[in-house]
Design a binder for this molecule. Sequence first.
Ligand SMILES: [Zn+2]
Ligand SMILES: [Zn+2]
Length: 210
Amino acid sequence: MDQKIPALKARHEFHDRLAHGLVKRPVTLVCGSCHKGVSSEMEWQCGYCKYENRRTTLYSFLYKCQKCDKEPKTFLCPHCGASTSLDADDDTTHPAVYAPRKAKPALAEDPREEKRKAHAELKEDKERAIELAELDAKHVAILAAGQSKKVDTSLEKMETMLTEYIALVAGGEMAAIKVRRKLAEDYKDNPELLKKLDKALTRRLEETFL
Ligand SMILES: [Zn+2]
Ligand SMILES: [Zn+2]
């Protein structure tokens, strides 16, 4: 295991190893403030171009940025945040900073996408509700039309039936008058029988029409 060494020495060490093709072995430096170890393979964000360096076996903050080729002159300790110089310039304007990996994008869904989905679902629901309401209104209209038709039909039927019935009653009564007249004529000599026959006629009329 590598010994923890001060930042400047660590940087020289890293460059040395680089020159000898030994970059696969990380260098661990010790923070001057908190005395905790910081690996040369710490993933970091470039202070110049903001690129997040992940291939730190080679592009360590002790070496240079993979994207802009600039060498960090300082870095911020990932443990205590203290600024530590990596060369004699003491330029602290663009420090390399620890860049932890964010949660996997597959797990962390874009909140805007979620909003879009929710909005689309809401819209769909509303459209469906409107569709249903329209269908309902149509259905009600159809039912109402059907019912009024039914009412009309039954009214017509009732009227026809009553008209026919009244005509029948009227016809019966007219016929009864004629029959009575004939009976009175035929049985004028037998008032007892005439009375009976008249009663029978009345009963028959009542049975038929009432
Ligand atoms: Zn850079
Ligand atoms: Zn520290």
